[in-house]
Design a protein. Sequence first.
Length: 178
Amino acid sequence: MSIKTFWLIFIKILGIWLIIGSINVLSQSINAAALIFSNIDDDLLSIEIVLLWLLIIVTIGIYFLVLYVFVFKANWIIKKLNLVEGFKEDKFEINISSKSILTIASIVFGGVVFIDAFPQFFMQLYNFFIQKNSIIESPSSGWIFFYLVQSLIGYYFVFNNQIIVNFFESQITKNNKE
């Protein structure tokens, strides 16, 4: 495996890990904004509303920029940080293929996401049934959906890892040709 291929794999996995971790931040920002907007009174100035929306849009934009740069422009990061410089050899030998590394990373990543979200999903679902509210009235209904989607993403990464691995392999092959 070449040094550049190692860094490409590492940066792409790191980018996806950061994005999955940021889903909580984004959902809490949107939830806080919805709470503020539901309690609007005359004291809240329109400039504060605009600044709040601007803050949410900038936050979302930064996360999409991180996703784009880390997953689709990892080659640019390697060049800017000179990550392939200073090694005596261009390749290092690992008796594991890059496809195997990506498969292991996908399974571990998906497992961690699933293990984190699945209990939260059932906790929110339990709270929903204890409160006996309708799905529209319940404050936890958004979190039920959020943790369900996060659990499904983790499940997808574990059990459909070949699709993800093939995508990254094609991106690595394309970046190595550049």
